[in-house]
Ligand binder design. Structure first.
Ligand SMILES: C[S@@+](CC[C@H](N)C(=O)[O-])C[C@H]1O[C@@H](n2cnc3c(N)ncnc32)[C@H](O)[C@@H]1O
Ligand code: SF4
Length: 363
């Protein structure tokens, strides 16, 4: 949404911020201090223009800026930029939260004038997938909604065209993700179309159901990785709690209700899940759905990941292309997921918020 300039015009424009966010606390604080409503709106506009500190919001009287700083600390956004690394069309940033938790965010510019931010939803991840660097470090904690949104609106980059919840962590294991989605999609705050937001999950079924109910237009990616339950449980231990079948049943209902495509991620690991049997079983899994045309398989080439199972190997690029072509020949809509930034550990599955410190550089 384009900022509305005149404060008086703003009073009834911005909805109240969702509870559980710093903006909700600021809103309540300003109201209890007797500040007129447009002061809150001035603050939000200043944030959208890149202000990071209460002190930067020159539209607010000095006394109010001082009161907000005294109550909430100097910065509005709860992340400090610690280090940056760039390569190809990708920039990877290491952030630190006020409590000292570390997370990484990746910004890609994959075609002229189009940018996407891949946000982390947890510091680490507790789900222990065998192929993932984030899983290897375990879970430190869920990120707050503010910490998730701050990655999107950080002054380092202009507002992105799309946001992927595909960085560190399992988004649907973190209830704060729902607050973040609300903030990012509300006009006047993030203002992003939900269709430009992708949530990737290994299948936290109750939260997946909730996502389809509360944010039906958000794009969903379900990480599959094996069509065989016993093997999938080895690769993705959450399979033992919420099966692929249970998650696919949720998506079956969802695609019928919203008539929108969902994505199935298939991470190809040489000699592990790239056999003819896997190919046929995966194709059967998709083509047997009631609406197979609404399931799109994204094949991902395995990236070397620190702490992952040392026996995992990347297939050749040709093998990935062949796998995609064979899926198509079996009637499945499939593409290879384009990935950039593997040389700086910024590609899928490589985020672990440790090695960037060697490249520390000021913002
Ligand atoms: C890190 S996960 C985060 C989102 C969510 N937890 C999930 O697993 O879908 C994002 C994507 O990275 C992929 N991924 C994980 N480890 C990988 C690796 N070593 N190489 C390539 N992709 C990987 C996952 O399969 C998933 O599609
Ligand atoms: S692949 Fe996703 S769910 Fe699995 S360990 Fe990595 S971040 Fe967690």
């Amino acid at each position: 949404m384009r900022p509305v300039r005149h404060p008086a015009a703003l009073v009834n424009v911005l909805p109240t911020p969702p509870p559980g966010t710093v903006l909700a606390d600021v809103y309540a604080h300003l109201a209890s201090a007797g500040a007129p409503p447009y002061r809150y709106h001035q603050l939000v506009l200043a944030l959208q223009r890149g202000a990071q500190r209460f002190d930067d919001v020159s539209e607010l009287p000095r006394s109010l800026r001082d009161a907000l700083t005294a109550r909430f600390g100097p910065t509005v956004l709860p992340l400090e930029l610690v280090a940056v690394r760039s390569a190809e069309q990708v920039e990877k940033v290491l952030f630190e939260t006020r409590s000292g938790a570390r997370l990484e965010t990746v910004r890609s510019r994959y075609r002229a004038g189009w940018s996407s931010v891949c946000v982390s939803t947890q510091a680490g991840c507790g789900l222990g997938c065998s192929f993932c660097a984030t899983g290897a470090i375990g879970l430190a904690r869920n990120l707050t909604a503010d910490e998730i949104c701050a990655q999107v609106v950080h002054r380092r980059w202009a507002a992105p065209d799309s946001v992927a919840f595909m960085g560190m962590g399992e988004a649907l294991a973190n209830p704060h993700v729902f607050t973040a989605l609300e903030l990012l999609t509300t006009p006047g705050y993030g203002g992003l179309s939900p269709r430009r937001i992708t949530v990737s999950t290994v299948g936290f079924a109750p939260s997946l159901e909730r996502l389809t109910r509360e944010h039906p237009q958000v794009t969903i990616t379900l990480s599959v990785h094996s069509p065989f339950p016993a093997q999938r449980a080895e690769l993705v231990p959450l399979e033992r709690r919420f099966s692929l079948a249970e998650n696919l049943a949720i998506l079956d209902r969802h695609v019928v209700a919203v008539r929108r495509k969902v994505y199935l991620a298939y991470l190809l690991i040489a000699g592990v899940n790239d056999s003819e049997d896997h190919l046929r079983a995966l194709a059967q899994l998709v083509t047997s759905r009631a609406r197979p045309e609404l399931f799109h398989v994204s094949v991902i080439r395995y990236n070397d990941a620190s702490g992952a199972d040392p026996s995992h190997r990347a297939p050749s690029a040709q093998r990935v292309d062949d796998f995609v072509a064979q899926l198509r020949a079996l009637g499945v809509r499939a593409t290879r997921r384009q990935q950039f930034g593997a040389s700086i550990d910024a590609a899928c599955g490589q985020l672990h918020a440790r090695s960037l410190l060697r490249n520390r550089r000021p913002s």
